[in-house]
Design a binder for this molecule. Sequence first.
Ligand code: DP6
Length: 357
Amino acid sequence: MDAFRFTAKTTTPISYKTRWQAPSNIALIKYWGKEKNQIPKNPSLSFTLQKCVTKTSIEFQPKPSLGLTFDFFFEGKPNSNFLPKLNQFLEQIRPYVSWIDQYHLTIKSDNSFPHSSGIASSASSMAALALCIMEVEREMDTAITDLQFIRKASFLARLGSGSAARSIEGPITVWGKNPSINEASDDYAIKIDSLHSVFSTYQDTVLIVEKGSKSVSSTQGHALMKGHPFANQRFDQAQQHLHSLLEIMREGNLEDFIRIVESEALTLHAMMMTSQPYYLLMEPQTLSIIQKVWNYRRETSIPLCFTLDAGANIHLLYPKLYASKICDFIKNELSLHCQQGFFIEDEVGMGAKKMYI
Ligand code: DP6
């Protein structure tokens, strides 16, 4: 994607320090299956979250020799667990931000959610890194427009982790080419406007069924979609679901919204169960929660639904109007199925923010 290569003339490097906060996101239409460099096999749509965020600062220090060098601190301490993923990310984006070789980077990162909560931090962390880097690029190339800034940040974040492309803007973004939205792209995500107002305050309570890392990572799961017997049908279904969901979200029809969102979650897990080798990430508690959500919806007619990411945890989605009733239901009934009763109350958010140091 040559449009995103840095072409401005660099001046003598000077020190910079930048700090950004980027959110996690939860997909309603799932990205599952990719080509090289996170080119998705189908479009995806997500809610940007508000409280589950990563805060990252980068100090850029000019250095005499060229090449990629960096230090990394997580929650105030040097941390080597993230180094391979970080190194891979920086190597991936290097052709597009060639000026970075003139600096030594000191990267410091914190998450608002506990690291062991089972909430993936790759989307928020890659998005925060991409934004810090873009801020310095804009210092060097003042001709960059706001739109170019946002799109290149999403593009760079995608090179770190596909779903990170959707963690720049909010409250709802789409990533991946599709016939319903002309300007949609496989390279970066875009924000979707003019949806029904109910979605601008939608709630997401994350029920933590299982803390810790998953037995099969998302990256391994994507790879198993190659040669998967139902892959092509799944990619077509995602296209159709996106087309319908956009219309439904414009109208605000919650019954149809729920039908598509829950079908996407269960299809994602059905793909895992029908991969070769097959595997299962839902836990018995995940199924107990799903059954209780369905019973609750039948008995109360309250439009509470769930989605899943690639793990055992459940995201409960509902309009703000019902927050207090649903909160009682969660505390009294659903938290019994959570690890140590743990859940995180979040809602849709407006995207990443620059932080003043
Ligand atoms: C199930 O973005 O984590 O959460 O591109 O390999 O880093 P990589 O995978 P990742 O996959 C996310 C998968 C998902 C669905 C989604 O967020 O759309």
